[in-house]
Write a protein of this length. Structure first.
Ligand SMILES: [Zn+2]
Length: 580
C-alpha cells in the first residue's frame, strides 16, 4: 500500500549495534548498507528524509566484558561506540545523527515510554524464581549464569535462553547451573525476585491487523512477524542489574533493578531523533512530527535476528504510547555467511570461529567503494548469502571495473584527447545513437523502481546493465577506428558516450558515493545533498543531456582493479582469524 501513498517525510532507522564489539561485514550487508543506499537515493529525489542510528549501550554482556577486563562498563561502551561510529563514517554510512543509549536524554525518553505503558495498564508485576549466587551476593541475569539447555542439551546456555537452539524457558528449567562471573563459578540457588512484565497479548489483535495491511513486505519478514504475533506472551522488561535505565516507579523493589536492554534499545531511535532536533533546530519538539505525524513514513532496516523486535514488540510499545506512528516498511535481511575455500564449506560468522571480518580491518585494505559494491551485489535480501574472497575480486574487477569503470575511462579519455577537453559537438544522430540516448532515462527509471521496492541488489545490477549497454554501443561504433577516418562520426559517438557517463555518475551515487564524487568532479556537476529539509529532484537531472562544449577535467581511473595476489594474502589472514 505504501507504493501509492505519498508521505510528507521519511524517517529511516538502522538497528543499533551493540557497543560490546566491533561491527563486522555481516552487520553492514544486512542492516546498514541497504539503509544508506536507500537514504542516499531518497535524498537525491529531494524527499525529506532523516537517517537515525546509534549505539546500544546497556545490558549484561557489556557489564560482563567490563568485569573480565577489570574496567567500567562506561569504558567498554566508549571504546566500541567511537570505533563503530568511525567505521560507519569511513564506509560512508551517512547518518544524520549517530547517538548513544547511555545519554541522559535516553533515560528520560525510556522512562516516559515505561510510564505511559504502566499508566495504560500494559505493565504488571510478577514474582520470578531467579538464580542467585550466594558467593557474590547477587542475582544472575542472562549470561551471568550458564548451564545445560533444557531442550537441546547445549552446555553453554544462558539463564533463560539457549543461543544454540533458540529455546526460551523459565530460568528454573536451566539444568546444572553455574555462576558465570570472573572469580565465581559457584552453583547458584533459586530465589524470588519481583519484576515488571509487558503485557504483549493485549496488543496482539492490533499488531495482527497492522501486519495484514502490509502484504508488500518481504516474505521472510512477514513469516517471522506472523509467527511471533500468533504466540505472544508477557515478557519481563526488567533485570537485576545496575547497568541500565532506572525503573521510574516509586517502589523500593525497583531500586536494585533496571529496565532490560531489549526494551530500551529501539526507544533509542526516538531519543536520537530528539537529540537531532535539539542539535540542528535548537528545538526540543522538532522530533515530534517524525514520530507522531501520520504523514511520516517510518522505515526500520535490520538483520533477521532483530525482526521480531521491530515487527511485534517495539510496535506494541509504540501502540501503547497512544500517539506514535507504526513503521510502514521493515526491510529485514537474512544472514551473510562466510565461504571457506579451503574446506569448500559455507560457515556461519562466529566469534569463536574467528571468521568474522570487522569493518575497521577491511577499511584498512580497501577503498570503501570496493566493500560497498561487493556487499550490495551479494546482499542477503531474501536468503542467506556468502562472503567469498575470490568472488569479491571477480565481481568488483569483472563488473564495476571492467564494465562501468572501463567504459567511463575510455569515453572520457578519447573525448578529452580528441575534442579539446570538452563534450564534443555531435553530428546527425543515427538510430543506434538515439537508442543509446533513449536507454538512459529508461535505465534510471528501472534502477529507481528497484530501489523504491527495497531490491538493492537488483538496483545495482541495473546500474551495471547501463554500463553493459554502453560498452556494446561503444564497441559497435568503434570510435578508435573512426577517429582516423571520420571525425564528425567520432564526435557524435563520444557525445552520446558522455551522456551515458553523466547518467552513470547519478546512478552510482547511492551505491558508490566515492566514485560518484570523483566522476562528478571530472564532469563539473554537483550531485546535490538533500536531507531532512528535502530539495530538488537531482535524480531526474541524471536523465538530462549535457550540452556539447561542456568542459571535462582530466579523467582518472574511478575504480582501480584489485590485485589477485593481494586478495589471496588477505584471504589467508582472514582464514587465520586476523580479520577482526
Ligand atoms: Zn538449546
Amino acid at each position: 500500500m505504501s507504493e501509492e501513498r505519498v508521505f510528507a517525510r521519511t524517517l529511516v532507522t538502522s538497528a543499533l549495534p551493540y557497543a560490546n564489539g566491533l561491527i563486522h561485514l555481516g552487520h553492514i550487508a544486512g542492516a546498514y548498507l541497504p539503509a544508506d543506499v536507500f537514504v542516499r537515493y531518497k535524498r537525491m529525489r529531494g524527499e525529506k528524509i532523516l537517517f537515525i542510528g546509534g549505539s546500544d549501550e546497556y545490558g549484561v554482556p557489556i557489564t560482563l566484558t567490563a568485569l573480565k577486563e577489570g574496567i567500567s562498563p562506561k569504558d567498554v561502551i566508549d571504546r566500541y561506540h567511537s570505533a563503530n561510529a568511525e567505521s560507519f563514517a569511513q564506509l560512508g554510512i551517512s547518518y544524520d545523527l549517530y547517538g548513544r543509549t547511555s545519554w541522559d536524554l535516553h533515560i528520560d525518553t525510556t522512562q516516559q515510554f515505561f510510564k505511559n505503558l504502566h499508566a495504560g495498564g500494559y505493565i504488571h508485576e510478577e514474582d520470578m524464581e531467579l538464580w542467585y549466587s550466594v558467593q557474590s551476593d547477587r542475582f544472575l541475569p542472562d549470561r551471568y549464569v550458564k548451564g545445560v539447555c533444557p531442550r537441546c542439551g547445549y552446555a553453554d546456555a544462558n539463564a533463560d535462553e539457549c543461543e544454540s537452539c533458540g529455546a526460551q524457558y523459565p530460568p528454573h528449567d536451566l539444568r546444572e547451573p553455574r555462576a558465570n562471573i570472573p572469580g565465581d563459578s559457584s552453583t547458584p540457588v533459586l530465589r524470588n525476585s519481583r519484576h515488571w512484565f509487558l503485557d504483549l497479548p493485549q496488543f496482539a489483535e492490533r499488531i495482527k491487523s497492522w501486519l495484514d495491511e502490509h502484504p508488500e513486505w518481504r516474505a521472510n519478514v512477514k513469516g517471522i512477524a506472523y509467527g511471533w504475533v500468533g504466540d505472544l506472551r508477557t515478557r519481563c522488561i526488567t533485570r537485576d542489574t545496575d547497568w541500565g535505565v532506572p525503573i521510574p516507579l516509586d517502589d523500593p523493589g525497583a531500586a536494585s533493578k533496571r529496565i532490560y536492554v531489549w526494551f530500551d534499545a529501539p526507544i533509542g531511535y526516538v531519543t536520537n531523533t530528539r537529540q537531532w532536533g535539539i542539535d540542528v533546530h535548537g528545538d526540543a519538539d522538532a522530533w515530534k512530527p517524525w514520530w507522531k505525524d501520520q504523514d511520516t513514513r517510518l522505515i526500520h532496516f535490520m538483520g533477521k535476528d532483530n525482526v521480531p523486535f521491530h515487527t511485534v514488540i517495539f510496535p506494541a510499545v509504540l501502540l501503547g504510547q497512544g500517539d506514535f506512528i507504526l513503521p510502514d516498511q521493515v526491510p529485514g535481511s537474512e544472514y551473510l555467511n562466510v565461504f571457506n575455500r579451503q574446506t569448500g564449506q559455507t560457515e556461519k560468522g562466529s566469534k569463536s570461529k574467528g571468521n568474522m571480518i570487522s569493518v575497521r580491518w577491511i577499511l584498512e585494505q580497501f577503498d570503501p567503494d570496493v566493500i560497498r559494491y561487493y556487499l550490495c551485489a551479494i546482499a542477503p535480501e531474501s536468503k542467506d548469502s556468502s562472503f567469498d574472497w575470490d568472488d569479491l575480486a571477480a565481481r568488483y574487477n569483472g563488473e564495476l571495473c571492467d564494465v562501468v569503470g572501463n567504459f567511463v575511462h575510455r569515453s572520457l579519455t578519447m573525448a578529452v584527447k580528441n575534442f579539446e577537453d570538452q563534450v564534443p559537438q555531435p553530428g546527425v544522430l543515427d538510430a543506434e545513437d538515439q537508442a543509446m540516448l533513449d536507454a538512459i532515462p529508461a535505465q534510471l527509471d528501472l534502477i529507481a523502481e528497484a530501489l523504491d521496492g527495497f531490491r538493492f541488489r537488483q538496483g545495482l545490477e541495473r546500474f551495471i546493465d547501463l554500463g553493459r549497454k554502453a560498452n556494446v554501443y561503444f564497441d559497435g561504433k568503434q570510435p578508435w577506428v573512426t577517429r582516423k577516418t571520420d571525425l564528425e562520426r567520432t564526435a557524435t559517438t563520444l557525445y552520446v558516450c558522455c551522456q551515458v557517463v553523466h547518467a552513470l555518475a547519478y546512478a552510482m551515487t547511492p551505491f558508490l558515493p566515492g566514485g560518484a564524487m570523483r566522476l562528478a568532479a571530472i564532469l563539473g556537476v554537483t550531485l546535490g545533498k538533500g536531507g531532512p529539509e528535502g530539495g530538488a529532484d537531482v535524480w531526474e537531472e541524471g536523465k538530462r543531456l549535457i550540452p556539447a562544449g561542456t568542459p571535462l577535467n582530466p579523467p582518472q581511473v574511478l575504480f582501480p582493479k584489485l590485485d589477485k595476489d593481494r586478495i589471496a594474502e588477505l584471504a589467508e589472514i582472514h582464514r587465520n582469524g586476523g580479520a577482526m
